[in-house]
Ligand binder design. Structure first.
Ligand code: SAM
Length: 283
């Protein structure tokens, strides 16, 4: 088994091989090819259509930064919407906030949820059984056309704009997403690695700037999303929220009583300090 490997195929002209020590699942679901296997460095990891989604070793960075930055910036998030997020890691982090009363998670592929529960149990860590969880199996692009609630924070934890994820990067989706938000609500998006996928980020932020008073991105470095820091799209009609004071974040993080391994208020603030090659891209 040691000579088996899975290749990261997201980028034309660049591949990476992950050694596979054990395969837990490798088959096509109704929506995508799903593989869960064990790598000696990153632990159990999932690929969808040949693209690395999440690993036991570094998932905490991505999930902490895409969940706690908007929730702590908002300050009073009671209803949260996750689009995608099938592995359950985002749901786990959102529900660590006792202020959250409802978290709706809209995942297109039930197999991702079922297999993640089985082979990546530490990702959801029981979050799917939390009474605040409202799990919907649907296309996120369809759900936002007629949502049952409006939300304070919306997190697009999707795949890249290929296959089922493609619709989640289009202007109609963003326009409908905006209508899912309460006044002063915040939308954040998984937006790829800007050094490797500059057009993906530019496309999203350009759409968001047309729809919201304030749109930009923030950065976090996740080892298995290769090519430098990953961008997380940011949009809200309350432009002050992107520049929230450190002492306010400190107080909110302290009262949230959440133990993290990457997120911290100072890291939150620093994440919005964009290097030129990114700020030039988002304008
Ligand atoms: N952390 C990963 C990343 O940054 O690429 C995302 C992980 S999560 C597994 C991505 C999820 O988005 C998958 O479970 C996939 O099935 C789901 N997804 C893709 N397109 C979707 C759509 N149109 N509606 C809802 N969920 C979708």
């Amino acid at each position: 088994m040691a000579d088996q490997k899975f290749t990261e195929t997201l980028y034309q002209g660049w591949q990476a091989d992950y050694r596979c020590d054990e395969v837990y699942f490798d088959s096509a679901t109704d929506h995508q090819r799903l593989v869960i296997f064990k790598n000696p460095i990153f632990g159990r990891m999932m690929m969808l259509d040949g693209v690395t989604q999440t690993t036991e070793a570094d998932e905490f960075i991505y999930h902490e930064m895409l969940a706690h930055v908007p929730i702590l910036a908002h300050g009073d998030a009671k209803k949260v919407l996750i689009i995608g997020g099938g592995d359950g890691g985002m749901l786990r982090e959102v529900l660590r906030h006792t202020s959250v009363e409802l978290c709706t998670m809209v995942e297109i592929d039930p197999s991702v949820v079922e297999l993640s529960k089985q082979y990546l149990p530490n990702h959801s860590a029981g979050a799917f059984d939390d009474p605040r969880t409202h799990l919907v199996f649907d296309d996120g692009a369809a759900f936002v056309k007629n949502p049952p609630h409006t939300y304070d924070v919306m997190i697009v934890d999707s795949t890249d704009p290929i296959g089922p994820g493609e619709v989640l990067f289009q202007d109609t989706f963003y326009a409908n997403a905006r209508r899912c938000l309460n006044p002063g609500g915040i939308l954040v998006t998984q937006n790829g690695v800007p050094f490797m996928q500059p057009d993906e980020l530019k496309n999203t932020v350009t759409h968001l700037k047309h729809l919201f008073a304030d749109a930009s991105c923030y950065l976090a470095t996740i080892p298995t999303y290769v090519g430098g820091p990953m961008a997380m799209g940011w949009a809200t009609d309350n432009a002050e929220l992107r520049h929230i004071d450190l002492d306010v974040l400190d107080a909110r993080f302290k009262s949230a009583e959440i133990k993290t391994r990457y997120y911290a208020p100072a890291v939150h603030k620093a994440a919005f300090a964009l290097p030129g090659y990114v700020s030039d891209n988002v304008g």
